[in-house]
Design a binder for this molecule. Structure first.
Ligand SMILES: [Zn+2]
Length: 208
């Protein structure tokens, strides 16, 4: 995890404070495949979009303070949600212009490369969501994707992330995602002391 705020985006330069009760999970649609590209696109005073974190296969970046209002789910939910974008992989392909149907001939969830890449993005997203829950006091049950927030009338009508996650079966559905966030929250936080202890164990193991 790293912190790099969208210092040129209006949601950072003219912040409105919020007390979020949901974590909104988004994915970018094809075209924006890593968080540097997404950050550069949105770190701009003319862009009317922003989010609190950006996730890709290598990690995640906090891009707005969690009590600043972002622009990612529309006016019915922006004041209630912190949200993050998962960048979709460069080799994903869509069957429609609206980017709601993934072309399964070109992006096969059973393909080892596809699954390995997905698991990395998914794990980083779980870590990011757990951080947001912990820092903002949000229950893991309130981690909802954009499509789920639309279903409860808190967001604009978008398909993410269900159009993507559901290709991988129930094991990677949003219920399992929330369960993974809950499990991550129950794990003790990594502290410098724990890291030192783990390192010492490793050294002893090598010596013995
Ligand atoms: Zn979205």
């Amino acid at each position: 995890m790293e912190i790099r705020y969208l210092e040129r985006n209006k949601t950072y330069t003219s912040p409105q404070r919020i007390r979020p009760v949901y974590v909104a999970v988004h994915s970018t649609g094809s075209g924006v495949t890593n968080r540097t590209v997404l950050f550069n696109a949105w770190n701009n005073p003319g862009v009317k979009l922003s989010c609190h974190a950006m996730v890709d296969d290598e990690g995640w970046t906090l891009t707005l303070p969690l009590d600043y209002k972002g622009w990612h789910v529309g006016s019915r939910g922006n004041g209630l949600c912190v949200g993050f974008e998962i960048c979709e992989p460069p080799f994903i392909r869509y069957a429609d212009d609206a980017h709601t149907r993934i072309n399964l001939e070109q992006y096969n969830p059973k393909d080892a490369r596809v699954l390995t890449d997905f698991k990395k993005r998914w794990a980083n997203a779980v870590d990011c969501a757990a951080y947001m829950c912990r820092e903002s006091g949000i229950m893991p049950e309130h981690v909802l994707c954009h499509a789920e927030l639309f279903a409860i009338e808190r967001a604009t009508n978008h398909a993410d992330v269900l159009h993507w996650f559901t290709l991988f079966g129930d094991r990677y559905g949003m219920d399992y995602f929330r369960a993974a966030v809950k499990a991550a929250l129950q794990k003790p936080k990594t502290t410098a002391k724990n890291v030192r202890r783990a390192r010492r164990r490793t050294i002893e193991h090598v010596i013995n």
